[in-house]
Design a protein. Structure first.
Length: 215
């Protein structure tokens, strides 16, 4: 009888643990799907156009829900700013494709890069700005009940005096922060397994009480 009770509780416990573990592992690829690389506008480059990420199980936990990874450096090879560079923002789009967990929605962040002059042109620089603060909500799990936010930083790059300090060495490091917000509601099959486990434990308890009463 004790073995049946322990088995039921173990099944339910392992199922709950599996559901929680599934929510803390995120993997996939990121891609710069748009990048302004031709005039008019400030022509920019990136040290990488794509990459992979794999945030292993256990890295994101309720007590430590976020982690940051480096993506690329954004830079320009232009030596000075012309009128077209300061009046024509060029689009940039960053897409996160998740291979696990699935299905997902979200994962796309849009922005723009433009040149700007400070103090009447004494200082010149490029500026990267993202829409919605550079944050995208990624929903996952059955019914898309789980939530992960991905945020990327903007900022200035290739700042120079009376011109631009061109090249990747003065570029802007862009990173992504993954923030686990909500665990997904367990899928129907998971609920069934958990209920079955608790039911098995409950039946064992009832049978044990019935035997005790007869005795």
């Amino acid at each position: 009888m004790r073995k049946i009770l322990i088995a039921g509780v173990a099944v339910a416990g392992m199922t709950l643990a599996a559901a929680a573990a599934h929510a803390t592992e995120f993997a996939g690829t990121w891609t710069l799907t748009k990048l302004g690389t031709s005039d008019p506008g400030l022509v920019v480059n990136a040290t990488a156009m794509s990459g992979a990420f794999d945030i292993a199980d256990g890295v994101l936990t309720p007590s430590s829900p976020s982690t940051t990874i480096s993506l690329f450096d954004l830079y320009t090879n232009e030596g000075s700013l012309e009128n077209d560079d300061t009046h024509n923002p060029l689009a940039i789009q960053l897409t996160f494709d998740f291979s696990t967990p699935t299905p997902t929605s979200g994962g796309v962040i849009n922005g723009s890069a433009i040149g700007q002059k400070v103090l009447l042109g004494v200082f010149q620089e490029g500026k990267l700005t993202w829409q919605d603060g550079g944050v995208t909500d990624v929903n996952f799990g059955s019914g898309l009940t789980g939530l992960l936010t991905v945020g990327v930083n903007g900022g200035t790059f290739n700042e120079g005096l009376f011109g631009l300090d061109s090249g990747p060495h003065d570029g802007l490091p862009v990173s992504a922060t993954f923030d686990w917000v909500n665990d997904p509601v367990p899928e129907p099959a998971t609920w069934a397994l958990m209920i079955g486990g608790f039911g098995l434990a409950g039946a064992a308890l009832r049978r044990r009480r019935a035997v005790a009463t007869v005795a």
